[in-house]
Design a protein around this ligand. Structure first.
Ligand code: ZN
Length: 210
């Protein structure tokens, strides 16, 4: 059996198990999607949103990219954000990074990862530059990367608040709360590192007249 055929076989087994546990499971999900959470995570295969939070299909709306970045010109990210916040009316948006992130480590080095990846990773270099003093004071390279991972999650969470999508929802419906989390590959534990409740003050420079 080819590797991808194993996936299809396991999918059938999974679907049968779900039906055995709950005969209405797929009927219910096929008709309604009402997740409370939007998850913006890293594409890393070791950080699957549903599995590490013990949630089922239907509970978390997910967007993933390399190093969980919120970039204001990323039409993909913004479309997911708009749909989740404006139409699904999620109550929480979670940016979840993870220790041991290859994207974070790559951004700390000088290796040429070629055009597209260099462009993407530059956003993380900017986070480093904004926090250079603190990061340069950490000698241990792994600890430095861990701290940059946390600072990156904080920066991306703040960037969410700078979008008109979030500001509009904060103003009219007092949601969603924004959360910055970091997942530990070594222990499987998620550490909350930052939070912005709906309506939190932001730099007026980034406020929109809505
Ligand atoms: Zn990663």
């Amino acid at each position: 059996m080819k590797p991808y055929e194993v996936l299809l076989k396991d999918n059938k087994r999974w679907a049968a198990q779900k039906l055995a546990d709950d005969p209405d499971f797929f009927d219910r999900l096929a008709h309604l999607q009402t997740p409370e959470f939007l998850w913006i995570g890293c594409s890393d295969s070791r950080v699957p949103a549903n599995e590490i939070t013990g949630t089922d299909p239907g509970e978390i709306f997910v967007h993933r990219n390399v190093a969980n970045l919120v970039i204001h010109t990323d039409v993909n990210l913004l479309s997911v954000l708009e749909y989740a916040v404006t139409y699904l009316k999620v109550k929480h948006v979670i940016v979840c990074g993870h220790y041991g992130c290859g994207g974070i480590k790559a951004a700390m080095g000088k290796k040429d990862h070629k055009q597209v990846l260099n462009m993407w990773l530059r956003h993380i270099k900017d986070v480093y530059r904004h926090n250079r003093e603190e990061l340069n004071s950490i000698d241990d390279e792994e600890k430095k990367a861990d701290r940059l991972t946390e600072l990156n999650v904080i920066e991306q969470t703040q960037r969410l608040a700078k979008t008109s999508i979030i500001q509009k929802a904060w103003k009219s419906e007092q949601r969603p709360d924004l959360h910055g989390w970091v997942y530990g590959l070594k222990d499987g534990i998620i550490k909350p590192v930052y939070e912005m409740k709906a309506g939190s003050p932001i730099d007026p420079l980034y406020e929109f007249d809505l």
